[in-house]
Design a protein around this ligand. Structure first.
Ligand SMILES: Cc1cc2nc3c(=O)[nH]c(=O)nc-3n(C[C@H](O)[C@H](O)[C@H](O)COP(=O)(O)O)c2cc1C
Length: 212
């Protein structure tokens, strides 16, 4: 059984370009592997715990080697459940719009929650940081109103791509392909979406094979 975690970071539901392209990619994956199981995580519907108070104290306890106290253990268990959801998937698909040159705050919130000492990364003063999630194919569909094919759109940089590569690579998701989709507004929008869909259909068979 092949499994995929789809993290949906657009709040626009059926109107979302990134979700639409992701659904097409999943359909292409299913055409090759009908038994594919998909765990769907809608970041705007999910009850992501606030990362302050006991949850944050639990992280600092871990960093300083102190056992969890009081409400920290329950807060940490919630975080562990989110990391487990990533860890048990053989493939990761993330669909997200660009927001203000970077990513929507709910996606940053999720990344902050799953980036945890002892769960997704380790630190050793002698050797430095080490990712703990096992490597697996991951793919990001990144939609934007601008066309960032050359790295910039009207002089505005794409900060989402380098951030996602660094943040996801930090926990072990360094086998990462990023497929930009843009412009998603204006006369070139439908053609840009179709170009991305064609590219993704071509990537689909290799994406599933890469995990075995
Ligand atoms: C709050 C907000 C900020 C945005 N910032 C950018 C931006 O910096 N650069 C850009 O090209 N598009 C920007 N956009 C446009 C979206 O990236 C674009 O419409 C995208 O296709 C939306 O994807 P979705 O339909 O999956 O939500 C922004 C949209 C919103 C709502």
């Amino acid at each position: 059984m092949t499994s995929l975690l789809h993290v949906e970071a657009s709040p626009r539901g059926d109107a979302s370009r990134s979700t639409h392209v992701a659904r097409g990619f999943i359909a292409a994956l299913r055409a090759g592997v009908p038994s594919l199981t998909v765990d769907h995580l809608d970041l705007w519907q999910a009850d992501l715990p606030s990362f302050d108070g006991a949850a944050l104290a639990a992280k600092y306890a871990r960093l300083s080697g102190r056992p969890h106290e009081g409400r920290e253990a329950a807060a940490w268990a919630e975080i562990e459940r989110l990391v487990t959801r990533v860890d048990r998937a053989e493939h990761i698909l993330l669909s997200t719009p660009m927001w203000n040159l970077s990513i929507p705050y709910r996606l940053k919130h999720w990344i902050d929650l799953i980036t945890q000492p002892g769960l997704s990364f380790a630190f050793d003063p002698a050797t430095g940081y080490r990712p703990l999630l096992r490597p697996r194919p991951a793919l990001v569909i990144l939609t934007s109103a601008g066309d960032y094919a050359t790295g910039e759109s009207c002089g505005r940089p794409d900060l989402a791509t380098p951030y996602l590569r660094a943040a996801l690579g930090f926990v072990g998701l360094s086998d990462l392909a990023i497929v930009p989709v843009g412009p998603t507004i204006g006369p070139g929008a439908d053609a840009a979406v179709e170009r991305a869909a064609t590219r993704l259909r071509a990537l689909a068979p290799g994406f599933l094979r890469a995990a075995s």
